[in-house]
Design a protein around this ligand. Structure first.
Ligand code: LLP
Length: 426
């Protein structure tokens, strides 16, 4: 459920009409609903509580790393799953206590490991033998002990888009589960390192529980073997990945997911960590845009928006589907016709949707892409020297700009021209 609905024929975010935000902030702009964020987080946590486990939910900051979003989830009790020093700094700046932060990622620098250890975060999830050795070296230099999780690769097909599938042998992530016992033994033998946890994350936008079940079962078997080998395993980190409905897919409900997960791991009596991203923020956000041009080509009709692939890259990168609604509710008998929805960027990849059946949309009309709260603003760029898109958080009948639109001065100010290049002709 989300809070973007028509009220008196005009699309609202909670009680705020979207045309008001378009007038006051301009377009394109991401708009998030605080009520949806609260609801999704609570539904997720409650699902685990109902299934009999108090979960440690670390929001995957990569999905939406705006400080206000992290802070709102933090105020509900969420921790943070981060994958870079930048994300770690964001989580800290948003007020997430270090002991609620887990650091994932397949390649961390020495500087990042040092910063994580100095900060005293809950857990570092390591993914390779080299990383374990490096962490041991850094921990030794700092004189700090590091309790770690090792991310294993359970070799399970998550049946999602290949670019966001992470749990198969041919993916770069984790340590092959059949080599895990050796790697835990190695880790335990290194100075300052104690492996206390097993982590996995098999992919994103999963719409089927079976790959999860298989992965969790393999993980639980591994935990038993590791304990038999003398390792004090007290935590399991089940990763994120639960899908959301973008189009016609029907992902499992949080209750079913939690029940299955608890069934597979409860007997281990471990702390259960989770790293949901998309499920919390995906349907809590829209991208509000304005139609610039409606163009009838020989073969096609094009709707050219003021947002582009640099603002929302999921369609171009993964063929991702995002619903599109006019902000003024179409009449019940409005004629629908196929349209290519595109941005103004100079490549044909800048396409949001092909042959999308839409009611009439005129130049100047506002439209909203749905399900844009996850992997939307965070993946935005300034390609074509377009300004980084702003973000707004609505709560009831008011809203706040939580990231201002970049200015041209800020954009140009990042570059510098070395003195040995003349800037004058001749
Ligand atoms: N934990 C780890 C270790 C991850 O790598 C990810 C996502 C998550 C948690 C959160 O997964 P979620 O619950 O959001 O599915 N840009 C892509 C998605 C990439 C996901 C990467 N890892 C997209 O737009 O679909």
């Amino acid at each position: 459920m989300n809070h973007f609905d028509y009220i008196d024929g005009v699309l609202h975010a909670e009680s705020v009409p979207l045309p008001r935000i378009a007038d006051e902030v301009g377009t394109p702009v991401y708009v998030y609903s605080a009520a949806t964020l609260r609801r999704h987080y609570t539904v997720f946590v409650d699902a685990f509580r109902k299934a009999g486990v108090e979960p440690n939910v670390c929001f995957a900051v990569k999905a939406n790393s705006n400080l206000a979003v992290i802070a709102l989830l933090g105020s509900l009790g969420a921790g943070a799953d981060v994958v870079s020093e930048g994300e770690l700094r964001r989580a800290l700046a948003a007020g997430i206590p270090p002991e609620r932060i887990v650091f994932s990622g397949v390649g961390k620098t020495e500087g990042e490991l040092r910063f994580a250890l100095e900060t005293g975060i809950h857990e570092i999830n390591v993914e390779s033998e080299s990383e374990i050795r490096l962490l041991s070296k850094v921990a030794d230099e700092l004189g700090r002990d590091a309790e770690i999780a090792i991310r294993v690769n359970p070799d399970v097909d998550a049946k999602t888009h290949e670019k966001i599938s992470t749990g198969r042998k041919e993916n770069k992530f984790g340590i092959d589960i059949d080599k895990a016992e050796d790697i835990y033994a190695l880790a335990a033998s290194l100075p300052r390192i104690t492996p206390v946890s097993v982590a996995l994350h098999i992919g994103s936008q999963l719409t089927d529980l079976e790959p999860y079940r298989l992965a969790f079962r393999r993980m639980a078997d591994l935990v038993e073997r590791l304990r038999a080998n003398g390792h004090p395993i007290r935590r399991v980190d089940l990763g994120g990945g639960l899908g959301i409905p973008y189009d016609a897919e029907t992902p499992p409900l949080p209750d079913a997911y939690a029940q299955m997960a608890v069934e597979e791991v409860k007997h281990l009596n471990c702390e259960v960590m989770l790293e949901p991203g998309r499920m919390i923020v995906g349907n809590a956000g829209i991208l509000l845009s304005r139609a610039l041009v409606v163009k009838q080509g020989d073969a096609k009709r094009f709707l050219i928006l003021d947002s582009a692939m640099n603002d929302l890259i999921r369609p171009a990168l993964y063929n991702g589907h995002h619903g599109l609604r006019p902000v003024v509710e179409p009449a019940a008998d409005a004629p629908y016709a196929p349209v290519d929805v595109v941005g103004p960027i100079c490549e044909s990849g800048d396409t949001f949707a092909k042959d999308r059946s839409l009611p009439p949309i005129e130049e100047g009309d506002l439209v909203a892409f749905s399900s844009a709260g996850a992997y939307g603003a965070v993946m935005a760029s300034t390609y074509n020297s377009r300004l980084l898109v702003p973000e707004v958080l609505v709560d009831g009948d008011h809203y706040a700009v939580i990231r201002a639109r970049q200015t041209y001065e800020e954009m140009l100010g990042l570059d510098s021209i070395p003195s040995w290049i003349g800037t004058e002709h001749g």
